[in-house]
Design a binder for this molecule. Structure first.
Ligand SMILES: [Mg+2]
Length: 408
């Protein structure tokens, strides 16, 4: 039997902002952009909320909601542009604490990680005690609140953590998994999205108990392999997608991404290309900063009507070079853009692996030449900010970047 912890920071971006400005505590706070005073009234910038405080959530505001809508729901909310350098810094502190509990941990986003605590009883005591200790250590060393779910599988740990929020610890006793899950709506099961929920509703399924009652055979008939996995999930088993792999083994545990919401939707191919170039540079910069190589590049496009597509391509060899990311992003863009006006573009690097000690010899020379130039650029950026240096191709775009390390 495994012991898995899922630790998720509570309203992470907002909690970090509160560390620097305690007067924000208890107020409705939205991170994502600042209001502008225009023609006698406050106007929200375009773009979406990256995070919302619990007080803001009581007004129905949630992350990924357009800022204009958040402003309508709660005109008295505090709107902040956010400080991604601070979030990253605190994310690193959190990872350090995780690592001090077990070497087997895996971040799934900037503020959330799975810890495999199997066999650590002698060191840390029973799981619930260990979780309480970890909860306290995170609070003491970072000043930030988190919630922890403890269970025998990642799936149940994730669900338990959601139930424990905010600022709680919930451990599920082995054997009680199905009972915990039974009354919950099916959407609470990781991997069941809006579309599946809709199809399940047509079958009369609302809760996890309904889902279990339908039976594995029937679910497999309707949904194929994912149906069989769904059935196993009702018992709290890790099944389907990355829930099949052990902690630390997931191929795509981390990613680095940047995206931009345009002030005015644009169908100008050159402008989009220039923006992709800038975003690729920003992502590559972060890869090098964190000593990662990426295997996969994903392009994200959101059209004016909010329809969003993501298209991914795996690279022939892992890379941390601006040009490699940009060429791949451009190839995806050329293949998939339908020509209509775009509201948002994003570039994501995933399938990350640690930078190898030696560059591969195949095109080592080209790589090293680029590395020297890019490292020089990175140093300047470190001192004067990202805008101080731009490589060719990214000049024409008007950038208003939103860094999304993702807080979901
Ligand atoms: Mg969180």
């Amino acid at each position: 039997m495994s012991t898995i912890f899922l630790v998720d920071m509570d309203a992470f971006f907002v909690s970090v902002e509160e560390l620097y400005d305690p007067s924000l505590k208890g107020k409705p706070v939205v991170v994502g952009g600042e209001l502008e005073w225009r023609e006698g009234r406050w106007v929200a910038p375009r773009g979406v909320a990256a995070a919302a405080s619990y007080a803001a959530r009581r007004y129905g505001i949630h992350s990924a909601m357009p800022l204009a809508q958040a402003l309508r729901l709660c005109p008295q909310a505090v709107f902040l542009p956010g400080h991604h350098d601070r979030y990253r810094e605190h994310s690193e502190k959190i990872q350090e604490i995780f690592g001090s509990f077990t070497p087997r941990f895996e971040m799934v986003s900037v503020d959330e990680g799975y810890l495999d605590m199997t066999g650590t009883e002698r060191l840390w005591g029973q799981p619930l005690k260990a979780a309480a200790l970890l909860h306290e250590r995170v609070r003491c060393q970072t000043g930030l609140p988190c919630s922890i779910g403890v269970a025998g599988s990642r799936l149940v740990a994730k669900v338990a953590c959601e139930l424990a929020k905010p600022n709680g610890v919930l451990a599920v006793v082995p054997g009680q998994e199905a009972r915990l899950l039974a009354p919950l709506p099916v959407r609470r099961i990781p991997g069941i999205g809006k579309t599946t929920e809709k199809r399940l509703r047509q079958l009369g399924v609302k809760t996890v108990a309904d889902l279990a009652a339908i039976g594995g055979g029937m679910l497999e008939e309707v949904f194929g392999a994912s149906g069989a996995a769904m059935f196993r999930k009702t018992a709290g088993e890790d099944a389907g997608g990355w829930y099949d792999t052990a902690v630390g083994e997931a191929e795509d545990a981390k990613s680095i991404s940047h995206e931009t919401t345009f002030d005015i939707d644009t169908a100008d191919g050159q402008k989009l290309q220039a923006t992709l170039s800038e975003l690729s540079q920003m992502v590559a910069h972060r890869l090098r900063e964190q000593n990662f190589f990426a295997r996969t590049v994903t392009l994200k496009l959101r059209y004016s009507d909010f329809r969003t597509i993501t298209r991914a391509q795996t690279l022939p060899a892992p890379t941390d070079l601006d040009g490699d990311l940009f060429r791949t992003a451009m190839a995806l863009f050329t293949a998939h853009w339908n020509g209509s006006a775009v509201r948002l573009v994003g570039v994501r690097a995933s399938g990350l692996e640690r930078r190898p000690g030696q560059m591969d010899l195949l095109d080592g020379e080209r790589r090293q030449k680029w590395h020297k130039a890019l490292e020089a650029a990175d140093r300047v950026r470190g001192r004067f900010g990202f805008d101080a240096v731009q490589l060719a191709g990214g000049m024409a775009g008007s950038r208003k970047p939103k860094s999304t390390t993702g807080e979901e």
